[in-house]
Ligand binder design. Structure first.
Ligand code: NAD
Length: 475
């Protein structure tokens, strides 16, 4: 009997490598080049002591640099109890492929600290984060030119501000110090729109998908995002912004939200904003008045729906539940939510999956914008906005005097509006996600040997990465 590959025999990083292997096979890539692309360039593990409430505690963290064909290497820092080296390596590899897919000129990296942030006060978290940052900086794993972290699960603006400040204290002579990390608060060099970027990017992905009738038909869907029945797992940073925008701007129906303590369902559509508030107040979804509570939340992933968006964490759809998934389309907003074995089952069932390495690339895309803003030391739109507005006013005056008419107020406002930073960031994000989808879809339809979006995404990434290896050579 053939040796069936099950998730039990595969770690997260092996699962990512197996997915990449499908693309290497399609491209008939030299095994040496494939090995060079797949392997993690370097990995740092640090164990450092911090005095907490009068006692010394030792913390363990990692930073993996998967690739350096473009610099800096880029990727978030995760704070969670279950973080380990394999997870960080897998996430760093995904960053390499992700940056290539959306043409963000960075290598791939990722960091993690094994910690339960809820056990520590704000002051203690600051001490721990600053000490972790110092370890990374002193060992060459954090700087604006070589390795730039960002937020991920369990971290946010607050941690990024502490990291940036630690770097500044150690390297005050580095004029680009604020580019050493992205996802910072606005007052510390952050860019408008970074917080919502990954979730908004997910929404741009869905909108572009519905502009491709061949792909929409293949999923057994029609029309646009409006009215679609959507299930989301994880109402954190990514899931919340995606859910909110899909509901507010696209009039999609969020029929279920799966969280750590269970799921809430409401066929008429859940009030996303209210549910988020409820979770913040109560620590979970249980007891939320506007929907039915289901204790075993993960069974809701199997509920019939148009679009399933896993936006929580890796390893949620496995060979155990994949056979029962009945969504028409899966949008992988989290990193690695579907294991390799589950992916094989879903492929056989013919459920299209838009893969993580493309879908959640909105975060690194806007991080790229933030990094550029920090290097140029100027807010996007600062030089041209008023000039554009003046031009718009002149244009209206010219049209009105030529036609002897008046322009409607709303149109006038649209024409004279000069783009501010948020407009430009959103426009750049939308363009990035659209262009990448078009390349993804055309690659899927171009190769007979490619039957799924994930393999198409890896083929695109690997071709670009291999090109850069061939151009500069390996030494
Ligand atoms: P987050 O910590 O803000 O949110 C995660 C949410 O999922 C939380 O609400 C948590 O309660 C919930 N959750 C955790 N485990 C769960 C489980 N087993 N079942 C149901 N719900 C669960 O994290 P985030 O930043 O939104 O990241 C979510 C995923 O997206 C991760 O895989 C992350 O790597 C990926 N991602 C995040 C970004 C970003 O910009 N934040 C960018 C790219 C990818």
């Amino acid at each position: 009997m053939a040796n069936k590959i099950t998730q039990k025999t595969l770690s997260f990083s092996q699962s990512v490598n197996m997915m990449a292997d499908r693309a290497f096979k399609v491209l008939d890539m030299d095994p040496g080049v494939a090995a060079a692309i797949k392997s993690c360039d370097s990995i740092l593990q640090v164990n450092f002591p911090v005095t907490i409430r009068g006692r010394i505690e030792v913390f363990t963290g990692w930073r993996a640099t998967h690739s350096t064909h473009r610099l800096p290497s880029k990727g978030g820092i995760r704070y969670a109890t279950m973080v380990d080296q394999d997870e960080v390596e897998a996430l760093a590899a995904l960053m390499t492929y992700k940056c290539a897919i959306v043409d963000v000129p960075f290598g791939g990296s990722k960091g993690g600290l094994a910690i339960d942030p809820s056990r520590y006060s704000r002051e203690e978290m600051q001490l721990i984060t600053r000490r972790f940052a110092r370890e990374l900086i002193e060992k060459g794993f954090l700087s604006p030119a070589t390795n730039v972290p960002a937020p991920d699960m369990g971290t946010g603006e607050r941690e990024m501000a502490w990291i940036a400040d630690t770097y500044k204290q150690l390297h005050p002579e580095d004029i680009n110090y604020s580019a050493c990390v992205t996802g910072k608060p606005l007052a510390h060099g952050g860019v408008r729109g970074r917080m919502e970027a990954t979730g908004r990017g997910v929404v741009y992905v869905i909108r572009e998908f519905f502009r491709h009738p061949q792909d929409v038909n293949a999923a057994g869907l029609d029309g646009g995002p409006g009215g679609k029945r959507i299930i989301i797992q994880g109402l954190g940073n990514v899931g919340y912004h995606a859910a909110r925008l899909l509901q507010e701007e696209d009039e999609a129906r969020i029929i279920a939200i799966v969280e750590r303590d269970g799921a809430i369902i409401n066929e008429a559509g859940l009030p996303v904003e209210k549910l988020k508030e409820y979770i913040i107040q109560n620590g979970g979804v249980k007891g939320f008045p506007d929907g039915k509570y289901i204790e075993n939340g993960n069974t809701i992933l199997e509920m019939e729906c148009d679009i399933l968006i896993p936006a929580a964490m890796e390893g949620q759809i496995t060979e155990e539940n994949a056979g029962r998934i009945s969504a028409r389309l899966i949008i992988e907003a989290a990193n690695g939510p579907i294991t390799f074995a589950a992916d094989e089952i879903l492929r056989a069932k013919g459920i299209p999956i838009l893969p993580d390495a493309y879908v959640n690339a909105g975060g690194v895309t806007v991080s790229y914008f933030e990094w550029i803003r920090n290097l140029s030391h100027i807010r996007f739109g600062r030089m041209g906005r008023r000039f554009d507005e003046m031009r718009g006013e002149h244009l209206i005056t010219a049209i009105e005097s030529a036609t002897q008419g008046t322009t409607q107020e709303w149109l006038k406002n649209k024409i004279i509006h000069g783009a501010d930073e948020l407009d430009l960031v959103r426009s750049g994000l939308d363009d990035t996600m659209r262009m990448a989808y078009q390349e993804l879809s055309s690659t899927l339809h171009e190769y007979d040997a490619i039957t799924d979006f994930r393999t198409a995404a890896y083929v695109i990434a690997i071709k670009k990465i291999a090109r850069s290896y061939f151009d500069i050579g390996v030494n």
